[in-house]
Design a binder for this molecule. Structure first.
Ligand code: MTE
Length: 312
């Protein structure tokens, strides 16, 4: 934009990516949703390892998926640099175990989750979502995760919880980009409570049936398919329930360009470019951008009566 496994998933259920990819060649595109068998060497990164027990879901699209290579090499993750290929080149320094996610604020059941327990909170499912970046490109990505609502229900928000704030890791030792002042670290995002509870809103831990690569926001990230990609906070360490609308990292960086709502809206241009069309990664011609990124039937009611020019 700018201006830009888990220890309690037994090791025996995780297949190293190189073995898995070999095997996948024989499976001709169909993602194996069954558990693997090979043992994970201790200390080896689990990014790209096959996830076991992933359910298929009703969230599919009749559109071609963006190739794995593009999904994992064309990224925005400023903690690792502002170039599209920087995260893939640099994010190997991110340590995703041990990892905890603190759930706090206006909740009855505040708790710090170990990532491996969090990954078992609800059944993992595959959901193919359209993603649209505010920069004007889009992808179709088969995420693996579970609805954020599952975690919210367990936290038992109080009546004061009106918004959810997401805070992400900002460790200059692991993340070279944090030494630059391109954003006010840590990267933060926020959702209104009803947006956070919406069944489309996902906490993703994988893609293409595999553990999330570091550059895509390992070990856990937000995915909100009707909003611009920047809502999808990566490498989350804290989820805070609050009464007042939080200021997000992009609002703080450029308030006239990035609002809290960030709904994909072809009728509201970015101050410096049109949002009417987009380029699907891998395609030559641009296509029209759809209101709410094509998820209007599911989410338009959340914004009924709101002036979306004002609440952009
Ligand atoms: N999360 C963090 N922590 N840091 C970032 O720089 N970039 C955002 C979002 N989440 C970002 C982030 C932006 S601008 C986009 S478009 C998406 O991540 C990109 O996600 P992807 O690289 O997996 O496609």
């Amino acid at each position: 934009m700018l201006i830009r496994l888990p220890s309690d998933i037994p090791a025996s259920e995780i297949t190293p990516p190189e073995i898995y990819r070999d095997r996948r060649r024989f499976m001709q595109g169909s993602i194996a949703l069954l558990g693997g068998a090979a043992l994970m060497p201790a200390g080896k990164s689990i990014a790209g390892a096959k996830l076991a027990g992933v359910r298929a879901s009703a969230y599919r699209l009749d559109e071609e998926k963006t190739p794995y290579k593009d999904v994992t090499t064309y990224n925005n993750f400023y903690e690792f640099g502002t170039g599209k290929d920087d995260p893939a080149a640099n994010a190997h320094t991110l340590r995703t175990r041990p990892w905890t996610v603190a759930v706090e604020g206006e909740v009855r059941k505040a708790r710090t989750w170990d990532i491996d327990a969090l990954m078992k909170l609800a059944p993992l499912e595959e959901r193919v979502y359209r993603m649209r970046c505010v920069e004007g490109w889009s992808m179709v990505i088969p995420w693996v995760g579970f609805p954020l609502a599952e975690l919210i229900r367990r936290a038992e928000p109080t009546g004061n919880a009106k918004f959810v704030e997401f805070l992400t890791l900002a460790d200059p030792k692991q993340m070279p980009g944090v030494r630059s002042r391109v954003l006010d670290w840590p990267y933060t995002e926020g959702l209104r409570m009803d947006e956070a509870m919406h069944p489309l809103t996902l906490l993703a831990v994988g893609l293409y049936g595999e553990v999330l690569p570091n550059q895509n926001g390992a070990p856990i990230r937000l995915v909100v398919p009707w909003k611009y990609g920047f809502k999808s906070a990566k490498s989350i360490v804290k989820i805070r329930f609050v009464e007042k609308q939080p200021v997000t990292a992009w609002m703080a960086a450029a308030p006239s360009e990035y609002g809290f709502y960030s709904n994909v809206n072809p009728q509201v241009d970015h101050p410096r470019w049109s949002q009417a069309r987009e380029r699907r990664i891998g395609e030559f011609f641009k296509r029209d951008t759809l209101m709410f990124n094509g998820y209007g039937a599911q989410v338009a009611h959340l914004y009924r009566g709101m002036d979306l020019q004002k609440y952009f």
